[in-house]
Ligand binder design. Structure first.
Ligand code: M6R
Length: 369
């Protein structure tokens, strides 16, 4: 059932173009207009939403963080992301105009389920982004938007992550469409880009030879750091989580802007640091800032493993290794930049002789609080 792959994780990584493509399927008209009648929430109710709170755990919380940047940009609705177990035991500001979006691959995560119940008790509108038809969380929610990644078996989440970003983007674009005017026009243009992503994801997958080689050389590595800004920040967190989870290596993700507020003290000669570089056309000089972060750590001896877009020459002087991904607009980049990190974690686990599908101490779905 692994379809010729060494592991379920390898198979699921390879299935990512389909996970995204199938999640988009049948949800737009030819002209790019989104049709989400399946949501079970009326247009009026959605138009009334003035605040969105995502609740999720682990990888699902990181896809939510990616979505926060996009949805706020497209809709100007404030979006928070709260770890489900923190939301549950806090006193969140939620009312009937708040849309609480839970994100869960399994739909059975107890922490997330309890957060959804808490949100309902507080009068919020609840929507579940879920990969498992008929699971408990979508049943407990007012509405559901399924991801169509297909069953995910490996404990480390990969294709569900990409599908979650896709579904959350659909939700954001739908809200933008409902707002009308330039919001709706912009949403249509983004939809066109989103539909091109499965092909670009495949292109990244076809380029992974060097990443695999790097992982094979790094079996003795004790610590890896990950840096990113904007949507690259949650990707840094996700890259670190994958490595902890399946390769048992100490790994930490930081917002690159935090470096000088502490973490740069960790940099010593030879320290491997992945840096996720935004595309050069990202607004607010973000690209320049990340390039200077690479320069700063390189000057202190870090081994800089840089994930950059095709054609970005600015990173070349400061990169120990460059992993290239196709060009795309800044908010689409997470669907590409996370892939080398998944592949790296998988192959490092394999190089250490570990079973990536079944890491110690972990279960695929965490059904206790
Ligand atoms: O099934 P869920 O998406 O609710 O699971 C949430 C987390 O437990 C899950 O993403 C976990 O962090 C993964 N093992 C990460 O790879």
């Amino acid at each position: 059932e692994k379809g010729g792959y060494d592991s379920f994780m390898a198979k699921e990584i390879a299935e990512q173009p389909h996970a995204v493509g199938d999640t988009l399927l049948g949800r737009t008209k030819d002209d790019g207009e989104l049709v989400l009648d399946e949501l079970r929430i009326s247009e009026d109710q959605l138009k009334n939403v003035n605040r969105i709170t995502f609740v999720a755990c682990g990888t699902a919380a990181y896809s939510s963080l990616v979505a926060k940047y996009a949805i706020e940009h497209w809709t100007r609705i404030p979006v928070d992301v709260v770890l489900a177990h923190e939301f549950r035991y806090s006193d969140p500001i939620v009312d009937e105009r708040t849309l609480v979006v839970s994100v869960s691959q399994s739909g059975e995560t107890m922490d997330t389920l309890m957060a959804v119940k808490h949100a309902k008790d507080l009068g919020a509108l609840t929507l579940s982004i879920c990969n498992t038809q008929g699971a408990t969380i979508p049943r407990e929610s007012d509405a559901v938007l399924y991801t169509h990644a297909g069953p995910e078996v490996a404990v480390a989440s990969t294709k569900a992550f990409l599908a979650q970003i896709t579904a959350a983007y659909l939700l954001g674009l739908y809200l933008a469409q409902l707002r009308g005017g330039t919001f709706a026009d912009d949403a249509k243009a983004v939809m066109t880009e989103l539909r091109e992503m499965p092909e670009k994801i495949q292109e990244v997958l076809d380029r992974m030879d060097r990443v695999i080689e790097m992982a094979n050389f790094m079996a003795d590595t004790r610590s890896v750091l990950f840096l990113g800004r904007h949507v690259g920040f949650p990707i840094a967190l996700e890259g670190a989580l994958k490595l902890k989870e399946i390769a048992y290596i100490h790994a930490e993700g930081f917002a690159a802007g935090e470096l000088k507020h502490g973490p740069i003290a960790l940099i010593e000669p030879g320290q491997p640091v992945f840096v996720i570089v935004p595309s050069p056309d990202t607004p607010h000089e973000l690209h320049k800032k990340v390039v200077s972060n690479i320069q700063e750590i390189r000057a202190r001896g870090a081994r800089t493993l840089v994930i950059a877009h095709d054609g970005d020459e600015d990173v070349e002087p400061f990169a120990s290794e460059i992993i290239r991904v196709p060009q795309c607009s800044p908010l689409m980049a997470p669907l590409l930049t996370v892939i080398p990190l998944q592949v790296f974690a998988l192959h490092l686990a394999m190089a250490k002789g570990l079973d990536a599908d079944q890491p110690r101490n972990l279960a695929k779905s965490v059904t206790v609080e």
